[in-house]
Design a protein around this ligand. Structure first.
Ligand SMILES: Cc1cc2nc3c(=O)[nH]c(=O)nc-3n(C[C@H](O)[C@H](O)[C@H](O)COP(=O)(O)OP(=O)(O)OC[C@H]3O[C@@H](n4cnc5c(N)ncnc54)[C@H](O)[C@@H]3O)c2cc1C
Ligand SMILES: NC(=O)c1ccc[n+]([C@@H]2O[C@H](COP(=O)([O-])OP(=O)(O)OC[C@H]3O[C@@H](n4cnc5c(N)ncnc54)[C@H](O)[C@@H]3O)[C@@H](O)[C@H]2O)c1
Ligand code: SF4
Ligand code: FES
Length: 798
């Protein structure tokens, strides 16, 4: 990150000055390492995080050798030699070799399944492990460990975090904030083993567990070490550079040898080796200025940085900067609101703010950081004004409003409010993405995005378009733009979309291909030919792949209702194919686990039942309560309506999975409140709840309407579903969609505008007319059976 940022700074100043060659050990062009946490947490993919792709190197005349580390520097001849035997002469040499993760030298640390979290490969190893194993242990409760743990939870693993200290992030937080953080993360599902020192990693070839010095132990299928980093200085040492903890540099990043420089985590300036990008980028800027300047004396050197950190775990706002621990020489201003879970502490010494910890509300962080950077004298200030309450600061006003022009908005990239405003005004920028391209603001951790968006809105007087995110790293087009192009240009095939819209990759990626395939089907359901190679493995095999490579089969049982004949059939098939586990699901279906892939078509055929779509981005289940048929409280026919809904909407493709439920009274036994569409019977009427979700992002559905008849309910769900199909981004659940577009907007579209409702229903009916039972199609087609279940498939989209 530091090395290539230095090159960007050089190119900005004097693009013709140097012929540049880059050697990189990893097999990728430079990428945003910070965003590995987002890749692991499922919010980005590897293509999204590339900072400068191969084209960038080519168009700037830079020779790039990836996957080829430098192994020797011959300082006397000014040559570097790479592992693959390349020899390259230099006038100036920059070391930007970063750090290595510190691996605790424990007995068993060399076992399979013990890894670090530093690069794309580690990220891929974790994602792959989560497909086969259940239990992960992260050693280290610092920034990296907690972000890794959150990612592993998102990958459905159980996670223990083993931490040596008695509270989390002790290098960044005081005890109060550390324990509040622990409480919050425990709510998210992390399990903490504090005050623990690992003694041994147990297992045969693969890790099975951890034993601690206090005699206790825990199970582990995967161990991620996140106990700090060590600057990568081996090559520099062998090359004769002066080393302490890292490569010693002066204020111009020059090492002990002439014409050899060091930037980034491998460099040590005034005794400090930094481990966050903001200081590294400042160093890169100084180095670029220095080696491009005609008058070197005019360049002011690097003076060191004030660092701050923010944890990138959603739902947790934590900020820490400078010296945050109390001491005899310091005094602190504290706010602790136990009702709202907010804690703020600002540490003052000699009338200057020297450190801060904020938990639960980090809105004050840019201002506090600014006071620290400017070493502002606060002797004349009322101390409580340093941490204003919401009322005194102005209710819910954006913090950017109060910021001075020279205050920093993007800490990672050192971009001030004034610079962003100038870019918006002078260059007519209209989106956060454009601001990022132009100023670098929000290009690293992304934490400043909301502030950048607010500033854009304030400057242009319009709501910022934060949604102008490209679909993936293969294109600059957003989801909405891709759909608009498909409609306007009448595009029909994924390849055609990629060609016409100048995709950067030939094949697309696992993010854009399924999305394009969905959009094509949604725009023209009658003509579209589904491209099954663009679907995820579960959708291609029409079953869910399990951790041992077998599949699960869930036959359709409308409304969760079955009968003795069906149950006998399921039992017979289970016996015949040695199906090891039958389980009733949360959606009231029977799930048959452990079916071999090649047996799938025979199992479906012999069951004689339709696919339950348990693997599809489609209607999964309609859960029902017993209702008026048997229940004393039932006021409506919940089973009847549930079955009708399921029969109507089965096999319609949707942006993400859709779940429904019907309960016949407000006791709500079918849990209608946490479904995408939840219906509740009340005396003489039905209530419809939308946007509920019972998964990771627990969300109660919003009451959308109350109507008298089931025909009205079906029509309203149809219109809503079609609007969601047409306007949601692929993989956006209704819960997020409702929040993005707003419930009032949905009411206007679906409830208030009867013409529009009718049109939506008509378009949905067309799409419904193309729905087919996929199991039946495969059973009846010898060709499909062979293609999908007999030939070995390349599982590129798993
Ligand atoms: C998961 C994760 C999340 C993070 N989150 C944040 C965050 O939110 N905020 C923040 O500020 N920082 C964060 N960081 C830290 C940040 O990523 C690093 O500080 C930054 O990447 C360091 O930049 P660098 O250029 O010094 O080193 P690197 O980015 O590590 O680059 C060094 C490169 O040099 C290569 N190399 C090493 N030796 C050789 C050789 N001999 N020849 C050729 N190539 C070689 C390495 O393979 C590597 O690709 C995070 C780090 C991780 C791992
Ligand atoms: N959001 C962010 O800014 C962010 C995110 C990830 C990584 N990073 C950076 O990446 C680097 C690596 O992060 P990190 O969290 O590994 O480093 P770190 O040094 O910040 O934290 C390591 C933690 O591991 C604990 N530890 C040490 N030995 C242990 C042991 N034997 N058992 C259990 N716990 C032990 C320490 O007490 C410490 O809290 C740092 O430079 C960090 O700043 C930053
Ligand atoms: S929701 Fe009401 S009607 Fe349905 S089973 Fe429960 S108590 Fe009975
Ligand atoms: S603060 Fe990290 S990208 Fe702006």
């Amino acid at each position: 990150m530091a090395g290539i940022r230095t090159l960007e700074e050089i190119l900005k100043r004097d693009p013709e000055r140097y012929a540049i060659t880059v050697f990189g050990e990893e097999p990728h062009p430079n990428y945003n390492r910070i965003m590995l946490s987002s890749v692991l947490q499922g919010d980005a993919n590897v293509n999204d995080i590339v900072l400068n792709d191969y084209d960038w190197y080519e168009s700037n005349g830079i020779t790039l050798h990836t996957g080829d580390p430098v192994v020797k520097v011959d300082e006397s001849k000014q040559l570097v030699i790479s592992e693959q035997g390349r020899t390259c002469s230099y006038d100036k040499l920059i070391f930007a070799t970063g750090s290595n993760p510190f691996m605790l030298p424990l007995p068993g640390a060399d076992k399979e399944g013990v890894i670090a979290f530093r690069n794309i490969k580690d990220c891929e190893t974790m994602i792959e492990a989560s497909r086969h194993y259940k239990k992960a242990v992260v050693i280290g409760g610092g920034l990296l460990g907690l972000e890794a743990a959150r990612g592993l939870l998102n990958l459905n693993m159980e996670v223990d975090v083993v931490h040596i200290a008695d509270y989390l992030m002790e290098r960044q937080l005081d005890e109060q904030a550390g324990s509040m953080l622990r409480e919050e993360l425990e709510k998210q599902g992390m399990n903490f083993l504090l005050n623990k020192q690992t003694e041994q990693i147990t297992g045969d070839t693969r890790v099975k567990g951890l034993r601690f010095k206090d005699g206790t132990s825990t199970k582990a299928d995967l161990v991620v070490m996140a106990v700090g980093i060590r600057p990568n200085v081996e090559l520099a040492k062998e090359s004769g550079l002066e080393i302490n903890r890292a490569i010693i540099v002066d204020d111009y990043m020059q090492t002990s040898k002439k014409n050899i420089y060091a930037v980034g985590e491998c460099a040590e300036h005034r005794g400090i080796a930094y481990g966050l990008v903001a200081p590294l980028y400042e160093q890169g800027k100084v180095l670029a200025e220095h080696i491009c300047a005609e008058d070197k004396a005019a360049v002011s050197g690097y003076q060191g940085s004030i660092v701050y950190t923010q944890l990138k775990v959603s739902g947790v706002d934590v900020f820490s900067a400078g010296k945050f621990q109390d001491s005899k020489e310091t005094k602190a201003i504290r706010v602790h609101d136990e009702f709202e879970g907010i804690y703020k502490k600002v540490v003052v010494q000699d009338n200057k703010v020297i450190g801060a910890v904020l938990f639960g509300d980090t809105g004050d962080s840019p201002r506090i950081l600014d006071m620290m950077k400017k070493e502002q004298d606060i002797s004349e200030m009322s101390k409580v004004a340093i941490l204003p309450t919401e009322q005194s600061a102005g209710e819910k006003e954006s913090p950017v409003l109060l910021m001075a022009e020279d205050e920093t908005i993007c800490g990672c990239n050192g971009v001030s409010k004034g610079e962003i405003v100038a870019a918006i005004t002078n260059q007519g920028l209209t989106s956060v993405e454009e601001i990022k391209q132009c100023t670098n603001a929000s290009r690293s951790c992304g934490g400043c995005k909301p502030l950048v968006a607010d500033l854009l809105a304030l400057t242009t007087g319009e709501q910022a378009d934060t949604s102008k995110e490209p679909m993936c790293g293969c294109t600059d087009y957003t989801h909405e733009e891709v759909v608009a192009n498909i409609r306007e240009l009448g595009l029909s095939y994924p390849r055609e979309v990629m060609n016409v819209l100048h995709w950067r990759t030939e094949e697309g990626c696992s993010k854009c291909r399924p999305a394009i395939n969905y959009y094509l089907g949604m725009v023209d359901p009658l003509k579209n030919k589904d491209d099954h190679t663009s679907r995820f493995i579960n959708e291609r095999a029409h079953g869910n792949i399990q951790n041992d490579g077998t599949f699960s089969v869930v036959p359709r049982m409308y409304g969760g209702v079955t009968n003795p004949a069906q149950l006998r059939q399921i039992a017979d098939v289970a016996d015949k194919y040695n199906i090891p586990l039958l389980k009733v699901t949360g959606g009231q279906r029977i799930d048959m686990f452990g079916v071999e892939k090649e047996d799938l078509p025979k199992v479906w055929e012999e069951l004689g039942m339709r696919s339950g779509s348990a693997y599809a981005k489609a209607l999964r289940t309609v859960k029902t309560c017993v209702g008026e048929q048997f229940c004393r409280f039932g006021t409506q026919d919940s089973i009847g309506l549930g079955i009708e809904l399921e029969k109507k909407f089965e096999y319609i493709n949707t942006p993400h999975k859709v779940k429904m439920a019907v309960s016949a009274c407000p006791r709500n036994c079918a849990e209608s409140g946490i479904k995408d569409f939840g219906v509740v019977g009340v005396e003489g009427a039905w209530e419809l709840y939308v946007g509920g979700n019972g998964g990771v992002d627990l969300r109660a559905g919003d009451l959308f309407c109350k109507v008298k008849t089931k025909e009205e309910i079906i029509e309203i769900i149809s219109a809503f579903l079609q609007y969601y199909r047409e306007n949601a981004r692929y993989l956006e659940r209704t819960s997020h969609f409702v929040e993005r577009v707003g419930l009032d907007h949905m009411k206007k579209v679906v409830l208030d505008d009867s013409k529009r409702r009718k049109e939506l229903v008509e378009r949905l009916e067309v799409a419904l007319s193309t729905g087919k039972d996929p199991w039946k199609e495969i059973i009846e087609s010898e060709e499909k059976r062979k293609e999908l279940f007999e030939k070995k498939q390349v599982e590129s989209l798993v």
